[in-house]
Design a protein around this ligand. Structure first.
Ligand SMILES: [Zn+2]
Ligand SMILES: [Zn+2]
Length: 314
């Protein structure tokens, strides 16, 4: 029951010799989701052993080049590899004309449909749902229309304690009633309360993704309780932001959001090219003064959210 984030690209807009722009793979129970697709994503997917064909849903936060310039190469490669399965790309409305141009000029040989699902919301809104996972999007505070994402495991169905089945001689019908979350009323006048007889077999896990953004008042409320938060930290606070840069976060701001939101672990990235690799520790040091559970992302780094099984006596 894997739930992990692999950071493939951790740079911001300008190229550096050692860092790729934004791209992240989320693995939820073996299903792969790609979040953003900066230049070089194909190379990184190959390098870290991800099959291109395993992706059927790609989530694009916004239409800045460092988040989408790798997408068109990836779509072409999927075609060359013989893809026929549909591909869904969740992206802001402006993506339509970019995709139309790309498919018109380069997509004549494609044997798979590409569907653009338009992101448009003012508060957290469900955009994708399976039996296992629900994904929602919410607006961020950036220089263009930008969305963050929450990936959440769905709450597992209730189980009935085995020892209570024997102790109370529960019938199949009574077990079914309890599993539906209802109390059982018996002919002898006793009531078996659902909460005394049932438990959830595991704790659902939650991942939040905020890139690119400056902090904003509702941000921590919208991502509250995430097990893992990826938050951009383009600068350290020793840097004075200009107007354009104002829509990005300092490491300390990412850490404050994590602290306020009560997340368990923070991963930061999207470092400006002005910082050499050896200076990235400054990001970690700055963030950890506010939120000690902060980790630097780097190409190929994997962050697992551990599976927590509930024991029957909880
Ligand atoms: Zn960016
Ligand atoms: Zn951006």
């Amino acid at each position: 029951m894997e739930f992990s984030l692999t950071t493939l690209g951790v740079a911001s807009a300008l190229p550096t010799p050692t860092r790729f722009p934004s791209a992240h793979v989320l693995n939820i129970h073996g299903r792969l989701f790609l979040i953003d697709c900066g230049e070089g994503t194909q190379i990184e997917l190959r390098r870290y052993g991800f099959s291109f064909m395993k992706f059927d849903s790609i989530f694009i936060s916004h239409l800045h080049g460092d988040h989408i310039f790798g997408l068109f190469g990836l779509l072409s490669t999927m075609s060359l590899l013989g893809r026929t399965a549909p591909l869904f790309i969740y992206a802001p409305s402006g993506f339509r004309q970019i995709l139309d141009f790309m498919l018109k000029e380069f997509g004549k040989e494609f044997h798979y449909p590409v569907t653009h699902v338009v992101l448009r919301c003012e508060r957290p809104t469900t955009i994708f749902e399976t039996k296992t996972v629900t994904v929602s999007a919410f607006p961020l505070n950036h220089s263009v229309e930008t969305y963050g994402f929450i990936f959440e495991e769905n709450r597992p169905a209730l189980n009935v304690f085995k020892d209570k089945i024997a102790e109370y001689g529960l019938t199949l019908e009574e077990i079914g009633t309890l599993k539906r979350g209802e109390d059982v009323r018996r002919a002898d006048g006793n009531t078996l309360k659902c909460e005394d007889f049932t438990y959830r077999p595991f704790r659902p896990r939650k991942y939040a993704h905020c890139c690119d953004t400056a902090p904003f008042p509702l941000e921590s409320e919208w991502i509250r309780g995430a097990d893992l938060l990826y938050h951009e930290a383009t600068f350290t606070s020793s840097h004075v932001k200009n107007n354009h840069e104002a829509f990005h976060s300092y490491a300390s701001e990412a850490a404050s959001v994590a602290k306020e939101a009560g997340v368990k672990k923070l991963v930061i990235g999207h470092y400006s090219s002005r910082y050499k690799d050896g200076q990235l520790r400054e990001f970690e040091d700055e963030a950890r003064r506010i939120f000690p559970e902060t980790y630097l992302s780097k190409e190929g780094a994997k962050f697992d959210i551990p599976f927590e099984k509930y024991s029957e006596d909880e």
